[in-house]
Design a protein around this ligand. Structure first.
Ligand code: ADP
Length: 502
């Protein structure tokens, strides 16, 4: 929790006063468009800092620095225990600077510092330590080869795990600090060098992270940061011919652009994309747990979360009770944002995002969905606040049911059947497959339904249980590959099979 002894305001004011450049080859480098990017506090609509807008030139410099460090072996061939020590030391530094990180992140995305401690700093430190622990355990296998040579001599075959090389990583604005650690920890654990491009809307805590990394013994050029907008810096990184792998988290539309850009050198691609995650409540569920959990599933971070439980499927027997419970919760939610107080609903990240979400609400009304609560911009607040919104009487073909809104908007669909195949069919009626949850008093039904739902994560009486050791990623158009856990390390490793005569 926050320690009242540490006042971060002075230090943070200094940090915010400097236009943040790029961190390349162990140094801060200036470059890019003449006009810097304004970083806006979404709670007030006011500019709080500026960052430089890098492009192809800065990306090229950063990729070259990463390549040089990778090819020199300064990191990839460093003793595993030593590499682990450096990642552990970064986790310690992050905890020591928790106040500063939480402060910047809170200003950048409009939440309280206490919340950022929990979902930004703590999870990030846990994740680094989890992957630091893997470094000394990465290894190949000896293979039971069944092809002895005609001469009767035997083969010895073994596999070696090698770092894939230079990695490009592009992250969104919803959890910038945790997201950046989620990307860099497995890449560094594998022995890769990398270039990170944060989202232009929320780049501050990642810039601060670069300063912390500079204090560790990580060799120069292993971690590089380029600030800039997606269509310039991001696109240049995705198409760069000397990048061996790109890892992207963001919208499905941009994920498809990344994929085409990556085709030039067929770099490996990991994509963690959007979702329209179902929360399925069966008639035997414990509603005292399911209702508040369904509210959290959609309204956490104002729905700006790829795992948001934005599609509620609820059995007819309990439909009215569930809707009433959710509407009561939504109406009682506190709305606001400041550094020291936690609110249930904060601002959306930008005016553009707010306009998009309000347009979806209009679409829902036009499609004939019934507004049970919310539906408007919050009056009297300068920032980009939208009321927690619930639509009932939703049908499968409505755009608000099919498309990811990324805002505090829940659609409710009622079903009559108790047939698990039919229920799973409704849950699976989407192009996405990132997260899902099933609420039931009968665990067997929960497991059976979990088996039928096409989604990277399924919770039984829990929604979106994130943990560094638990693989995370999507079926269908929610992505390619997995992050977190052992599976999150694999995409950063190549497997080499070596065979020799004995
Ligand atoms: P938005 O928030 O604009 O809807 P995303 O959430 O998909 O877009 O953006 C996630 C990340 O992808 C951000 O860092 C953004 O700068 C970057 N990005 C956006 N467009 C592109 C692109 N065409 N190529 C590479 N990166 C991009």
């Amino acid at each position: 929790m926050l320690s009242p002894q540490i006042d971060t305001h002075g230090e943070m004011l200094n940090f915010l006063a400097q236009t943040r450049g790029h961190f390349i080859g162990g140094q801060w480098v200036s470059g890019g468009d003449v006009q810097p990017i304004n970083v806006v506090n979404p709670a007030t609509g006011l500019t709080i800092a500026t960052i430089e807008s890098g492009g192809a030139v800065e990306i090229d410099l950063a990729v070259n620095a990463a390549r040089e460090s990778f090819d020199s072996g300064v990191w990839s061939k460093m003793a595993p225990v030593e590499r682990a020590r450096i990642l552990f030391s970064l986790a310690d530094l992050i905890e020591e600077h928790a106040e500063q990180i939480a402060h910047l992140e809170a200003l950048d995305i409009g939440v309280s510092r206490a919340m950022m401690h929990e979902i930004g700093v703590k999870l990030a430190a846990d994740q680094l330590r989890y992957y630091a622990g893997w470094i000394t355990k990465i290894g190949g296998q000896t293979i039971n080869n069944s092809r002895p040579h005609a001469s009767g001599r035997e083969f010895l075959t073994y596999t070696v795990k090698e770092p894939i090389g230079v990695v490009g990583q592009i992250i969104p604005w919803n959890f910038p600090f945790g997201m950046s650690i989620g990307k860099i920890a497995p890449a560094l654990a594998a022995g890769c060098s990398l270039v990170l491009k944060p989202a232009e809307e929320a780049p501050l805590s990642v810039s601060y992270l670069a300063g912390l990394i500079a204090k560790t013994d990580l060799p120069d050029g292993v971690f590089n940061l380029v600030n800039g907008v997606g269509r310039k810096a991001g696109a240049a990184l995705a198409r760069h011919m000397d990048v061996d792998k790109i890892s992207f988290t963001g919208s499905t539309a941009v994920g498809k652009d990344i994929l085409s850009a990556a085709g030039g050198n067929l770099k490996k691609v990991t994509l963690e994309l959007g979702g329209k995650s179902p929360v399925v409540i069966l008639p035997d569920a414990d509603l005292s747990e399911a209702i508040p959990a369904a509210a959290r599933a959609i309204f956490f971070l104002n729905g700006q979360n790829c795992m948001a439980g934005s599609r509620l499927l609820v059995h007819a027997d309990i439909h009215d009770a569930v809707v009433k419970g959710l509407v009561d919760i939504a109406k009682a939610m506190s709305i606001g944002s400041d550094l020291d107080n936690a609110y249930d609903i904060g601002p959306l990240i930008s005016k553009r995002q707010m306009t998009r979400v309000l347009a979806y609400i209009d679409t829902g009304l036009g499609e004939g969905a019934e507004l049970a609560t919310g539906g408007k911009r919050v009056s009297g607040l300068a920032g980009y606040f939208v009321q927690p919104t619930i639509f009932t009487n939703c049908t499968p073909n409505m755009r608000i049911v099919r498309e990811e809104i990324f805002g505090p908007v829940l659609t409710v669909q009622k079903f009559e059947t108790e047939d698990l195949d039919e229920i799973a069919g409704m849950a699976n009626d989407t192009v996405f497959g990132l997260s899902a949850s099933v609420w039931t008093g009968n665990l067997s039904k929960g497991h059976l339904l979990a088996g039928k739902i096409k989604s990277g994560q399924v919770g039984i009486n829990v929604h979106a249980a994130i943990d560094p050791a638990t693989p995370f990623g999507g079926y269908k158009q929610s992505g390619w590959g997995r992050e977190f856990g052992r599976e999150g390390l694999e995409p950063y490793l190549e497997t080499k099979a070596v065979t020799a005569y004995l």
